[in-house]
Design a protein around this ligand. Structure first.
Ligand code: JFZ
Length: 437
């Protein structure tokens, strides 16, 4: 998913400056919520369960029949997202299973025909907008339910050791041209019937033998249509349009470790991450990331000039898992006190180095640095390497309390260009305190 450097071909005539302006809110806001919700919330063992367990449509039908999200209240979701400090949300309007949470004219496989009896996306859009959050649609290019979507290596009915001829046989009667029509029709609906949509998150391409890519989706025309219907829309990079300079707006490093995020510095990017490994609700998955790990993901993303899209997988009743609620509340507590180090921030200028055990973000508008104390110095003394004569004032971000700075280190240990930060010996009661410089 790395856009080809120096790609010349272009799909639109937008300039770099226009793109920057179009994406300004997104680059500023930094923190969003991903929502993976569909029939897979019922088996509650990963959103790929149909493929992993090679279920037929008949076997999977029970989840459609039993889908009954009686506690669905997107106003509550929006409040929870907002409280956590998130500024936008991207929801699965349709995932690979093919089930639509919206009232599409082109299928019966949709929430309106379940016990839910209504368009769940319409309510979602209204609720999130009302809380002042931007709205994004995830749309799966892959569709395991559509009768014209050809079976390949990631399909539930895949042939694991199949030859080309085996695939031809199993795909007899399936017609990707018809599926393409369906795909265009649905994307048109989504980008026409719900007001302004801020992001479209297509997922995903896997070009090659028994795979699918830009020719299968007609990605160039799909992207053109999206831009026509929603001129301001921001589009991810999973359409297999790497040959085009404007084939994607941002990169989507998925479930990567914090140490790997530095390599995206200088690009437009958003890392998507789960609380526990699965995107869809997974009842028995019990290794949830700690508060500190989640904060690390957020801070490290900003410290490398990127966004974090943190995923929640609501239950079959339409609520967030209690563990997700606790995690969001925790993030909200930290963000309440420290969001100034996140919004509008990016990586620090080259000549400001982060001391060991800290991570730096920087707001170019206000010319302030934010030093995140992942490790708190036991003496309260922290050397700021090369900061002498460059900084004016330092304070804790959470309470605006002054922190002293000194050019006098203990017995000549300080280099001439360094400064020392005189932190209180006692760490403030906060997982990761932030010094505003
Ligand atoms: C896709 C989906 O299959 C998955 O269920 C989830 O929605 C996730 C956000 O996106 O998974 C991918 C897509 C691309 C890669 C890995 C997983 N990739 O490029 O490595």
């Amino acid at each position: 998913y790395t856009a080809t450097a120096g790609a010349q071909k272009k799909i639109t005539d937008e300039t770099e400056a226009q793109k920057k302006e179009r994406m300004a809110w997104w680059a500023h806001d930094r923190f969003g919520m991903f929502i993976h919700w569909g029939l897979y919330a019922l088996p509650a063992r990963h959103e790929w369960v149909k493929q992993r367990e090679r279920m037929t449509d008949e076997q999977y039908q029970v989840y459609f029949d039993e889908f009954n999200p009686d506690l669905y209240n997107p106003k509550q979701w929006a409040k929870q997202a907002k409280k956590a400090g998130m500024k936008y949300a991207v929801i699965t309007t349709k995932h690979h299973e093919g089930f639509c949470l919206f009232d599409s004219e082109f299928t019966d496989y949709k929430s309106t025909n379940t016990k839910a009896g209504r368009d769940l996306i319409a309510e979602f859009v209204e609720a999130f907008r009302a809380e002042g959050l931007k709205v994004g649609f995830y749309y799966s290019l892959i569709d395991w339910h559509h009768p014209d979507f050809t079976i390949d290596r990631i399909h539930p009915q895949r042939i694991d050791e199949g030859s080309e001829a085996d695939y031809d046989a199993v795909n007899k009667g399936r017609d990707m041209k018809k599926y393409r029509k369906y795909l265009f029709n649905q994307v048109r609906e989504l980008l026409t019937n719900y007001g302004k949509i801020d992001i479209i998150w297509f997922d995903f391409s896997y070009p090659g033998k028994n795979g699918k890519g830009k020719d299968d989706w007609n990605s160039v025309e799909l992207l053109k249509m999206a831009r026509e219907l929603q001129p301001g829309i921001i589009v991810d990079n999973r359409l297999d349009l790497n040959d085009y300079a404007d084939g994607a707006d941002f990169e989507t490093p998925e479930q990567v470790k914090t140490e790997e995020l530095a390599k995206y510095k200088g690009k437009m990017w958003e890392t998507c991450q789960t609380f526990s490994g699965s995107w869809g609700y997974y009842r028995d998955e019990n290794t949830w990331k700690s508060q500190r790990q989640l904060l690390d993901l957020l801070i490290t993303s900003v410290a490398n000039g990127g966004n974090l899209l943190l995923n929640v997988g609501p239950t079959g009743r339409g609520e967030f898992d209690y563990r997700a609620i606790n995690a969001l509340d925790g993030l909200g507590g930290w963000m309440h006190a420290n969001s100034r180090s996140v919004y509008g921030c990016t990586f620090a200028p080259e000549d400001y180095k982060a001391p060991t055990g800290t991570k730096l973000t920087y707001n170019p508008e206000t010319n302030r640095l934010y030093l995140h104390l992942f490790e708190y110095p036991s003496s309260g003394r922290l050397v700021l390497p090369g900061y002498k004569n460059k900084i004016r004032y330092t304070q804790f971000l959470h309470d605006n309390s002054e922190i002293g700075i000194s050019a006098e280190g203990p017995s000549g240990t300080l280099k001439n260009e360094d400064l020392i930060l005189l932190l209180p010996e006692q760490k403030p009661g906060m997982e990761i305190p932030v010094v505003e410089i």
